[in-house]
Design a protein around this ligand. Structure first.
Ligand SMILES: Cc1cc2nc3c(=O)[nH]c(=O)nc-3n(C[C@H](O)[C@H](O)[C@H](O)COP(=O)(O)O)c2cc1C
Length: 147
């Protein structure tokens, strides 16, 4: 059974590349992790995992709308006390990461890892390494049991 799920949204593919690198970093650190897009994810998919990692880009100083809709689906799951983390690609302001992190913390009662991961536009070799490292940090927290 998966210990974590990465749920992402993207318009031009940049956030998907980050999501895949985070997944790779987590797998390398020994954690089973599913990767799904918002439209194919249901509240039940989050029932048995220790961590939920959300990824979405910023458009018009806001979260991409499909992820906004998904946050209402997420409300149906009991996420209290689970580990949360947020990431996303952006161009110049990158509000999406803060919005997802704040929602996980204040609405769902999750233990959110700060800071989230903001990657400018299409990931470079170095930002891919940063993404894998972010995944490794999440995996280590899961393995420690959330401490
Ligand atoms: C119409 C439009 C509006 C955008 N608005 C913002 C914005 O307000 N702030 C920001 O940081 N980036 C903004 N961006 C840049 C995107 O966040 C950036 O291209 C990002 O890499 C897209 O990620 P994606 O490939 O996962 O969709 C905008 C891009 C477009 C095309």
């Amino acid at each position: 059974m998966s210990q974590a799920i990465i749920i992402y949204e993207t318009r031009t593919g940049n956030t998907r590349i980050i999501a895949e690198a985070i997944q790779e970093g987590m797998k390398k650190a020994g954690v089973e992790v599913l990767l799904k897009r918002t439209a194919e994810t249901k509240a039940d998919d989050m029932a048995d995992v220790a961590a939920v990692i959300l990824g979405a880009p910023t458009y018009h100083h806001d979260l991409i709308s499909s992820m906004k809709t998904f946050l209402f689906e997420m409300e149906k799951a009991d996420l209290n006390g689970k580990i949360g983390a947020a990431f996303g690609s952006y161009g110049w302001s990158g509000e999406s990461v803060q919005i997802m992190g704040d929602t996980m913390k204040h609405i769902f009662g999750m233990e959110v890892m700060e800071p989230g991961l903001k990657i400018k536009r299409r990931p470079t070799e170095s930002s891919l390494e940063q993404s894998k490292e972010f995944g490794k940090k999440i995996a280590e927290k899961i393995k420690r049991g959330g401490d």
